[in-house]
Ligand binder design. Structure first.
Ligand SMILES: NC(=O)c1ccc[n+]([C@@H]2O[C@H](COP(=O)([O-])OP(=O)(O)OC[C@H]3O[C@@H](n4cnc5c(N)ncnc54)[C@H](OP(=O)(O)O)[C@@H]3O)[C@@H](O)[C@H]2O)c1
Length: 274
C-alpha cells in the first residue's frame, strides 16, 4: 500500500525515522531497516546524518530509485540563497543527486522568513534538486500564507502526532488541502504512552503490541508514521500491521489525546528551531 502525494510522488504508508542514527552504527541501523523493507528514510540537515543515510543506501545494495530520501531545511538558513545552498550542501553530504522530499523543518514565525524559504524549495524542485517539496511543523496559518503567496501547496506536512496529541484539526486542514500528514515521534519517543492501560487492553484484543496498534491507528487515519527503531526485530514488527482496528476502538484511541500532550511542549506558533 502507498499514498500518492498531490504532485504525483508515490510514498509508502510507513517511513523510517533516523534522528540520532549517526556514524557507522547509524549506517548499520539504516541498512537493517532497508533490509526489513522500509523504503523512506527521514533525515534532516540538523540530524547531521545525511552522509550516513547516503552510505546506508549504497551499502544496502538497493537501487537508489527504489528508496525515498527526505531531508529538511534548518531554521538558520531560511533566506533564499542560503536555502538553495543548504539543499545543495545536503546533497553533497548525502552523496546523492536528488532528494525525493525536502521539507522546511520549522516555520520559525517570529523570524518570519518561511515564505522566502518556501520559494527556495519551489525553485529547488524546478532545478531538479528535489522531487517533492513539503513542510514540517506548519500550522494552518503558515500553510495558508505560503499557499496564498506562491500558489504552490506543500505535498506533505510532518507534525508531532501520537495518541496523546492526535492533531485532529491539523489533520483535517491538511486533508482538505490534499496535503499528506506525516507523524513525527509517532511513538511519543517511547514515553509513558507506551505503558498506557487503554492502549494495552486494545493491543491485547488485537493480539498485537501497543506500538503496532498506534502505527495502525495512524494508517487508518490516512497518516504516514515514521517510527525510529534501532533493533531489527522492532523494525520488522513496526511494518507488520496486518489487522484492522474497528471504528469504536479508533474512537477510544482518539479519546486519549490531551491539550498538553506534546512530548516537549514544542508549539510551532512560539517554538523556534535553528
Ligand atoms: N520534524 C520534526 O521536527 C521532527 C521531530 C522529531 C522527530 N522527527 C522524525 O520522526 C522520527 C521518529 O520520531 P522519534 O525518533 O523522535 O521517536 P519515535 O519514533 O516516536 O520513538 C522512537 C523510540 O521508540 C522505540 N521503539 C521503536 N519501535 C519499538 C517497538 N516496536 N517496541 C518498543 N519500542 C520501540 C525506539 O527504541 P530503539 O530505537 O531503542 O529500538 C525509540 O526509543 C525521528 O527519527 C525523525 O526522523 C521529526
Amino acid at each position: 500500500m502507498s499514498y500518492t502525494l498531490n504532485d504525483g510522488l508515490v510514498v509508502p504508508e510507513v517511513g523510517f525515522g533516523t534522528y540520532k542514527l549517526n556514524g557507522a552504527m547509524g549506517v548499520n541501523t539504516m541498512v537493517s531497516a532497508l533490509n526489513a523493507g522500509y523504503r523512506l528514510l527521514d533525515s534532516a540537515f540538523n540530524y547531521e546524518n545525511e552522509g550516513a543515510v547516503g552510505a546506508a543506501i549504497r551499502q544496502s545494495g538497493i537501487p537508489r530509485a527504489d528508496v525515498l530520501v527526505s531531508s529538511k531545511l534548518p531554521g538558520r538558513h531560511h533566506h533564499y540563497q542560503e536555502a538553495i545552498d543548504t539543499i545543495q550542501e545536503s546533497l553533497y553530504r548525502a552523496g546523492l543527486d536528488y532528494f525525493d522530499l525536502y521539507l522546511i523543518h520549522w516555520p520559525n514565525p517570529i523570524e518570519d522568513h518561511y515564505v522566502e524559504a518556501w520559494q527556495a524549495l519551489i525553485d529547488a524542485q524546478k532545478f531538479g534538486l528535489v522531487r517533492s517539496i513539503g513542510v514540517s511543523n506548519f500550522l494552518p496559518e503558515h500553510l495558508e500564507r505560503i499557499i496564498q503567496t506562491t500558489g504552490v501547496t506543500p505535498s506533505l506536512n510532518q507534525i508531532e502526532l501520537h495518541p496523546y496529541f492526535n492533531q485532529a484539526a491539523q489533520r483535517d486542514f491538511d486533508a482538505s488541502h490534499h496535503i499528506l500528514t506525516q507523524a513525527w515521534s509517532p511513538l511519543g519517543r517511547a514515553s509513558q504512552m507506551l505503558q498506557d492501560q487503554t492502549l494495552a487492553t486494545l493491543a491485547m484484543k488485537y493480539h498485537t503490541s501497543i506500538v503496532q496498534l498506534i502505527l495502525k491507528w495512524d494508517m487508518q487515519h490516512g497518516v504516514m508514521p515514521i517510527p525510529k527503531a534501532s533493533n531489527p526485530e522492532r523494525q520488522r514488527a513496526n511494518l507488520t500491521l496486518d489487522f484492522t482496528i474497528i471504528a469504536d476502538d479508533m474512537l477510544t484511541i482518539d479519546g486519549l489525546t490531551k491539550a498538553d500532550g506534546r512530548t516537549h511542549d514544542q508549539d510551532p506558533a512560539t517554538y523556534q528551531e535553528f
